[in-house]
Design a protein around this ligand. Structure first.
Ligand SMILES: [Mg+2]
Length: 268
């Protein structure tokens, strides 16, 4: 099953401007790993910077609640990272979504994950340095500590998905140091589109900040809706803007969270 990378061809790298100041009339969507937090060797070793836990509630207030996290992690895992903050979150690339009222929307479970789970568990057991992250509805095989295995793992996982009983119900997608298997039909872009139909997001200008290939679907969604996409770090992208690294993201967001109420962005 081919990967879905939006849309068609990712353009060659070219210089992208730093994004303008975030306006209070925006709806803000933020990826977590590589965007708000620096990536670690394994997902459970990520360190949560105290600046982020202070920044998110301030931003939510500034945007009248129109702030959501859009992540490949499960909602439960994201809540463990930020135990004192209860934000709207789309987890597992949009397969599960907590709206602004706290209700959970979940894609009905796709049957047939069990054989894939067993095969990927075996694959992880057969090679040193691999970690299988089982998120329930999605499976991520991390090879950050065994990068030479990448070509073999990509070939093997794609072949296993192609041979699965409900092959068309599944997608493979690559991320930084991982290959992931997830049900088809939801992604970071569809999660953002769903939020934009609901208060307090609807009627605002959507802004999405992310760092990885899976975020390109979110970038396409916000730009199609007249919003801004912000790519974090190097690499080809559809996003119109770029920030260099996590520190630059936090600095940019900090400027918005701390701006006086009278300071308006370009949209106002
Ligand atoms: Mg990321």
């Amino acid at each position: 099953m081919p990967e879905r990378v939006a849309p068609a061809v990712v353009p060659k790298r070219r210089r992208r401007a730093r994004p303008p100041p975030l306006a209070p009339s925006c709806a803000l969507f933020l990826d977590i790993d590589g965007t708000l937090l620096d990536i670690a060797a394994t997902p459970d070793r990520v360190r949560v910077d105290g600046r982020v836990t202070g920044l998110l509630p301030a931003l939510a207030r500034r945007l009248d609640g129109a702030l959501a996290l859009i992540t490949g992690r499960s909602i439960a895992d994201a809540d463990r990272l930020f135990p004192d903050i209860r934000l709207p979150i789309a987890g597992q690339h949009g397969i599960e979504r907590r709206d602004a009222g706290g209700a959970i929307h979940r894609l009905p479970a796709v049957p047939g994950i069990e054989p894939l789970r067993r095969e990927l568990q075996q694959l992880a057991a057969d090679h040193e340095g691999l970690l299988l992250e089982d998120k329930g509805e999605t499976l991520a095989l991390h090879y950050r500590q065994a990068p030479r295995l990448a070509p073999h793992l990509h070939r093997t996982v794609k072949a296993k998905v192609a041979l699965a009983r409900d092959a068309r119900a599944w997608r493979t997608q690559t991320g930084k140091g991982l290959i992931e298997v997830r049900p088809d039909g939801r992604d970071k872009g569809t999660a953002i589109v769903e939020y934009m139909t609901e208060p307090p997001f609807c009627g605002r200008t959507p802004v999405f900040v992310g760092d990885d290939r899976t975020d390109e679907l979110g970038f396409a969604a916000v730009e199609a809706a007249g919003g801004w996409a912000v790519k974090v770090g190097p690499g080809p992208t559809h996003a119109s803007y770029r920030l260099r690294d996590v520190a630059s993201v936090l600095q940019w967001l900090g400027g918005a969270a701390n701006a006086p109420a009278s300071q308006r962005g370009p949209e106002d």
